[in-house]
Design a binder for this molecule. Sequence first.
Ligand SMILES: CC1=C(CCC(=O)O)c2cc3nc(cc4[nH]c(cc5[nH]c(cc1n2)c(C)c5CCC(=O)O)c(CCC(=O)O)c4C)C(CCC(=O)O)=C3C
Ligand SMILES: [Fe+2]
Length: 331
Amino acid sequence: MGDLTPEGGRAPRYDALLVVSFGGPEKPEDVMPFLENVVRGRGVPRERLLEVEAHYQRFGGVSPINRQCRDLIAALDVDVPVYWGNRNWHPFLEDTVRQMTADGVRRAAAFVTSAHRSYSSCRQYIEDIERARAAVPGAPEIVKLRHFFDHPGFVAAMTDHTREALDRLPEGLRDRARLVFTAHSIPISMAETSGPTGGAYEAGLRRTASLVAAEIGGDRPWDLVWQSRSGPPQIPWLEPDVCDHLEELHAAGTEAVVLVPIGFVSDHMEVVYDLDVEAKALAERLGLPLARAATAGTHPRFVRMISELMAEPEPAPCPATCCPAPVRRPR
Ligand SMILES: CC1=C(CCC(=O)O)c2cc3nc(cc4[nH]c(cc5[nH]c(cc1n2)c(C)c5CCC(=O)O)c(CCC(=O)O)c4C)C(CCC(=O)O)=C3C
Ligand SMILES: [Fe+2]
């Protein structure tokens, strides 16, 4: 299928675009069932779950993520029908794949709202897609687009938003502000097995951060730290946590910080709670001037990136050894 390109490769031909995301609750009574979907079989302690439930209830039981997916879809400029399915909440992928099948879709491109490589952000989405396809007779072929952590469109959007955040700091501090990039912490064992040869999650995040920092220029110091740790306490996750890091920076004399959530593509609950509520309150307590950069969201350059990914030669599927599912240790 597809025409030969001048380079002799095959131009992919997709008859639909499927946006695949995490999903989130949109009313208070959906919060607990959503969380139970997220943590099923993952050994997340009950206390952690109740704590996270309170984060959602504080915002009326509504995660911003579904709205953000709708906004992204509305901003897309592609010449095929666009579908949307989630891992953890409505619209569920399986229902969407059923609809695509009924509509006669044969071969769709899948854009997953996750830039980086790890089990949670890559392989698990592949499993979600394959499970949905297996449940629907005659389901279309679904080709997952490549990871985009180093794509110029993603980097440009994050650079713009980092500049905007710098401009929100008091003028005299802008040149001295440190860039603190954040991403979701994951278990160290998951980080070590991410990508085809391991370590790709952190390496990719460092790559994006260094590209953004270089665009910002001025040899500005930057760090990569972690947020939103979950899981049972006895299992080691990536550290330091962003809040511990802010305390350390403050103690060491850092005058101002811009937080850049490079590990996420929209301002969803983990960004608005863990950074805009928790980290912000800490910074206020410390007297540390802090601004948080927006995620890529619907930045035009990021939106255009999605069309560009669809026009690329079809990505090779991930090798089976890439981002394996975590081994579940008995507790
Ligand atoms: C790498 C990564 C990303 C980035 C890539 C991507 O975007 O996919 C991400 C995104 C997100 N994580 C999200 C929410 C949650 N993640 C949890 C738990 C976990 N995340 C993990 C990893 C990641 N998560 C892991 C290893 C766990 C432990 C359980 C498990 O092994 O799966 C929990 C359970 C409660 C708790 O936090 O303890 C919640 C509620 C939301 C939605 C926010 C909203 O509703 O707006 C989004 C976009
Ligand atoms: Fe998560």
